[in-house]
Ligand binder design. Sequence first.
Ligand SMILES: [Zn+2]
Length: 194
Amino acid sequence: METKILKSNRKNCELQMRNPDKLIIKVPRKGSEEILANNKEFIDTWVALKTIGFKNYIKPENMPLNDTELEELYDKAYILFRERLDFYAEIMNTWYTDLKIKNYKSFMGCLKADYINRNITVKLNIALALAPVEILDAIIVHELCHTTLPYHDEEFYRKVLKYCPDYWKRIQWLWQECNILQFRINGYIHKIVC
Ligand SMILES: [Zn+2]
């Protein structure tokens, strides 16, 4: 396998395998040799798991979407995501102002609240449009709970579970499948390591 090490002024490491034959390791310039030596076992394990993963991904139903399919997915997502957000905002007695949908690299959902200007933006990952609607609903409930509760504490999860009783079952599905969803959007998978 070809391994490419890219050193830069970054703070953390990132591993990428765009195909089963090429591994890219991005490392901070400072102390790079030590970081690579200390993480060798982790990197080897990650590569082994990803290689097995690739065999599962390379199935006709998991192939990355082409540009036209991706465009159609965004069109569908803007209608569906807004519909589900409006539904939950009403029953949860809350509100939002904007919806942004993107191929976010590090989260499925995120909420940005600016109460002074009365602006609440919900950011949702386009990959959710490939998941069953129950999974999208779980993320939406989570984000809308943040309109009043900023921290992931007991009260927060009590509220999440009130509107989505099998929240953890749905999130577990997402943890298992998110690499495949990401692969279908990007054509590759990546993971932040440290
Ligand atoms: Zn959260």
